[in-house]
Design a protein around this ligand. Sequence first.
Ligand SMILES: Nc1nc2c(c(=O)[nH]1)N[C@H]1C(S)=C(S)[C@@H](COP(=O)(O)O)O[C@H]1N2
Ligand SMILES: [Mo]
Length: 199
Amino acid sequence: MSVISRGFAGRSDDRDRQVPPGQYLTDDFPVLTAGPTPRIDTKDWRLDITEIDGSKSSLAWEQLMDLPSEDVTVDIHCVTRWSKHQTNWRGVSIDTVLEHLETEAEYALIHCYGDYSTNLPLEDIIDGKAWIAFEYEGDALEPEHGGPARLLVPHLYLWKSAKWINGIELRLNDKLGFWESLGYHEYGDPWLEQRYVGD
Ligand SMILES: Nc1nc2c(c(=O)[nH]1)N[C@H]1C(S)=C(S)[C@@H](COP(=O)(O)O)O[C@H]1N2
Ligand SMILES: [Mo]
């Protein structure tokens, strides 16, 4: 028999070799930013975590650097139809960032330097699904791509991967972020082609 099963090619997930519907592969790394690029010195950088009762805790850069980080290799998918296979990042898992928190929150609204925001169900940023990424392909993350640190949520369209992240607002109810309130899909699963409201 000449048919080689995909299972024997060493891939654990068929999706690894495909792109989501309506996407094409690129080797470039386009920059997509609504507005100017904030320049944030790491000595000024803060990540605020706000609980449902409004209580706030804050993480400084050195504290982020002291947390265990990991190398992450993932495919990324932008709603403008480019996808990139096997991108390499280093970051701190959101599980680690939220480790000591007991919360009843169901949603997270992500805030950024420069006022961008994006909303996600909390379960989509925990259990190894999202990171605060600060390196890309072995180098410090460039400001254009969200440096010093951005959210990385590779299983959803890349607009959810908020650049220059500075806040995780935990919420009981969902509140639409920047693109979501301008007609983009509230969830944004690239495999279901959830580009716009109603998709
Ligand atoms: N703060 C912020 N984050 C953002 C954006 C933005 O405009 N501001 N654009 C989003 C969109 S639409 C995409 S496709 C990705 C692009 O990331 P890149 O510029 O590193 O390719 O960032 C997302 N994160
Ligand atoms: Mo995008």
